[in-house]
Design a protein around this ligand. Structure first.
Ligand SMILES: [Zn+2]
Length: 257
């Protein structure tokens, strides 16, 4: 199959899965309502037609407003769809076309779908969905083994270092201040991401996550005022993504050499 065809199909499928991710993020991940309830405008209750459900495009054509009542539609919709389209592109072009493994491309695609839901839910409700992080860890373990991308030793080290670092920070903070500085979900997430990227990539993951967390998070916390907690999950996920690119290699070189 020509590469362009494979990539196009993957991106289109990614955009569609992005729409599905939106539904799961907004309905607080209760699967039953996803299947029984029809999508409708939360403002006027108008049921959405097929034309309203084309990823990214329908939002752009309607300029972010409901077709009948003109109420604004959250930019979360096109953003999540676009993000999943980009993740599909990266998974297929790097995992399948460059590294030659359909298993690896599939692993990354499925992982990004669940991680996108984890990110969206974390940002929206400050709740980290542990069950989705466990799926990511499991899918990553099987996919990395089947593709030969990572050895089980590399994944085990990634799991222990990833989950361990966050656990030490969280429980150390608890000893010092009396409450858990981070959500327990972050420990699970860091462990699952450690399996996904393996050792030594997990080092780059933390460097990027802590750096981005400090750059973006601290000003945000100062603006919001004290007593707010920062969702750290999205920064860990960003770190995982970058640790698998050539930027991640450079971060590793700075830190390990
Ligand atoms: Zn409406």
């Amino acid at each position: 199959m020509p590469d362009l065809f494979v990539v196009t199909v993957a991106v289109l499928f990614g955009l569609l899965m992005g729409s599905f991710a939106n539904v799961l993020i907004l309905r607080d991940n209760r699967l039953s309502t996803v299947w029984t309830g029809r999508s409708e405008c939360p403002h006027c209750g108008r049921q959405l037609g097929v034309l309203d459900l084309v990823p990214v495009l329908s939002w752009l054509v309607l300029r972010g407003r409901c077709r009948s009542c003109r109420a604004p539609i959250s930019w979360q919709y096109p953003l999540v769809e676009l993000a999943m389209g980009i993740m599909a592109y990266l998974s297929v072009s790097i995992g399948y076309l460059a590294l030659g493994s359909a298993w690896l491309a599939g692993t990354w695609f499925i992982s990004s779908f669940f991680l996108l839901i984890v990110t969206g839910t974390d940002v929206r409700t400050q709740m980290l969905r542990v069950e989705y992080t466990l799926i990511v860890g499991l899918v990553a373990f099987v996919g990395n083994l089947l593709s030969g991308f990572l050895s089980w030793q590399s994944m085990l080290t990634g799991l222990l270092v990833g989950g361990g670092v966050i656990a030490v920070i969280a429980y150390g903070w608890k000893l010092a201040t009396g409450n858990l500085g981070m959500g327990e979900g972050d420990i699970w997430l860091a462990g699952a991401l450690g399996v996904l990227v393996g050792w030594p990539n997990v080092v780059a993951l933390f460097v990027v996550a802590v750096g981005a967390g400090a750059l973006v998070g601290v000003p945000m916390l100062l603006k919001k005022g004290q007593g707010k907690t920062l969702p750290f999950g999205p920064f860990l996920i960003l770190g995982a993504l970058i640790s698998l690119t050539s930027w991640g290699d450079q971060v590793l070189r700075w830190y390990l050499l």
